[in-house]
Design a protein around this ligand. Structure first.
Ligand code: GRF
Length: 191
């Protein structure tokens, strides 16, 4: 990626639900050190709780609900091009982007995942980590490629698991670290 020169990079965030990472990225984007400005939020879920953070800050929202996701992807690509969006941050986005879409936006899509990738790709990470009695978990920001949770890792944070950890509080602890990691990873890719 090009170095951050002071002119903020137009960014879209894709969400499907709670949107705590979206909220965090919006707050980060207002800081001087942030290389990004969030111009668009895309969602497949009109009821996503996180949309409220976009509405509050008057950020454009586009909700797609075509039965065929490929039709939605074509529309999204058009908007991204028209609005000159240069970076996509996935944040709890529950759809899998097609390899065609990823190719068209190559190297400019990043994601946050609540595990120490390449371990625990996919869903229900905390549940699986606890079941396997792991000593550590974590979170990872990575580039998106056509394989699930498999692109090049940008940054990772390791988190200790304690004996009394349950899924809920582990999720909370990991999420707190996610909120620190995502902005750091964005700064990293533009420096
Ligand atoms: C986060 O744990 C993120 O790592 C994962 O989905 C969750 C989204 O949370 N991809 P939120 O919607 O940002 O609160």
């Amino acid at each position: 990626m090009k170095k951050f020169s002071g002119k903020k990079i137009s960014t879209a965030v894709f969400i499907s639900g709670r949107g705590s990472n979206l909220k965090n990225l919006i707050n980060f984007s207002y800081k001087k050190k942030s290389p990004i400005v969030i111009d668009f939020v895309f969602t497949n879920n009109i009821k996503a709780y996180g949309l409220k953070y976009a509405y509050e800050k008057k950020i454009n929202v586009y909700c797609f609900k075509n039965k065929k996701f490929s039709v939605s992807e074509t529309k999204i690509l058009k908007i991204l091009k028209k609005k000159k969006i240069m970076l996509i941050c996935l944040a709890g986005f529950m759809k899998i982007l097609s390899s065609n879409f990823i190719k068209k936006f190559n190297g400019k899509i990043i994601n946050i995942h609540p595990s120490l990738l390449p371990q625990y790709k996919g869903l229900k990470t905390h549940q699986r980590v606890l079941k396997n009695k792991e000593n550590y978990t974590g979170c990872t920001v990575h580039f998106v490629n056509s394989k699930l949770d498999s692109g090049k890792i940008i940054l990772q944070k390791k988190i200790k698991i304690y004996n009394n950890d349950k899924e809920k509080n582990l999720e909370r602890r990991v999420l707190r670290e996610e909120h620190k990691l995502y902005p750091k990873a964005i700064i990293k890719i533009f420096s």
